[in-house]
Design a protein around this ligand. Sequence first.
Ligand code: C5P
Length: 418
Amino acid sequence: MDLSGKHLVLGLSGGIACYKSAELCRGLIKAGATVQVVMTEAAERFITPVTMQALSGRAVYGSQWDAREGNNMPHINLSREADAIAIAPCSADFVARLAQGRADELLSLLCLARPSGLPLLLAPAMNREMWAHPATQRNLAQVRADGAVVLGVGTGAQACGETGDGRMLEPDELLEDIAVHLRTDRPLAGRRVLITAGPTFEAIDPVRGITNHSSGKMGFAIARAARAAGAEVVLVAGPVALATPRGVRRIDVQSALQMQAAVQAEADAADVFVAAAAVADWRPARAHDAKIKKDGSGRPPALEFVENPDILHGVARSPRARSGALYCVGFAAETHDLEIHAAAKRLRKGVPLLVGNIGPAAFGRDDNQLLLVDADGARPTARAPKEALATELVAEIARRMPARTGFDTPDFQRTIAR
Ligand code: C5P
């Protein structure tokens, strides 16, 4: 995540979740942002300004009467150079203050005085009863209507010993959400992106099956990058041990047939389909109901296989894909002659863009190198972390997609193989 050049006002109101804000501040600084911390009096009961100053590298503000500002107007000055204001934790009381437009302490005052258009992001944190109370929900609806973005809450054990909704989101979740809102270019805003990721698992019997080494990292990184570019993202994931990217709708599947069914159900609503999954080419012709036992003969069981459907090819042949309403991107994992194989695969699959990579140098690793193959030829990317490659790929997809009004143009038809 690169937040260099971005400046954030990080506001802390009172709540035990203040301890997570130290980690959030650290994450923002690590990502390259500059952070100005502002704390309410109640926040200072939970964590000291010394901690936040040390982490942000800047003196913390806490009072509207702070004479360090030449004009004595920290409530104006602090937000004027900011790209966003994030309140984390945002207490029930602070939501109520925002809803009422209160201005009797620095943090609510500077929120009220912020330039229109400056994003105000709220990370609520409170006891589950406080969260569910109609007064809080009413206040949240009001602040949303007034233009604030409520980032949501987590669910689980609370410091008070109760369990439910109202926990502050974790620092890495907040970091991801803040990064999305700090981005000014959102080339996929309003677009829906469908992605497959990971391997498939083809059952032999209830305890065995065939699969492959795909980790799903690339597909998940593309999902994250597409969401950061403003898209609504659906991620169809084979069996992988990866956390769901923030704001992404995930559908878990096991087999190629399940992946195909999920993709078919979602493809009609999508504008982009990225097939990053390593789908098993074959599945056992029959999945046994019970575990296949050794029979003592020394002979292994003879397994028969049938070919799986080609999910990408099926989608790429659909009328929406052929007209350009659904932009399809395929992947090719090869071991040699990448450009030749990838170009041939692009034509075979009937997609405008095919992303080639060397399988053994990609599977399970955190970095990779891609070869982008389209009707105009092939371009290699640098070797880079998958997150960075995903961002680059999403930008390339956005650039190549026909404008909404430009579907079915001769120029687009030239880019897809017949
Ligand atoms: O034919 P091959 O497996 O090499 O093609 C790889 C591309 O096709 C990837 O984009 C992969 O997700 C997709 N694919 C698919 N369904 C299959 C096999 C591959 O969608 N059954």
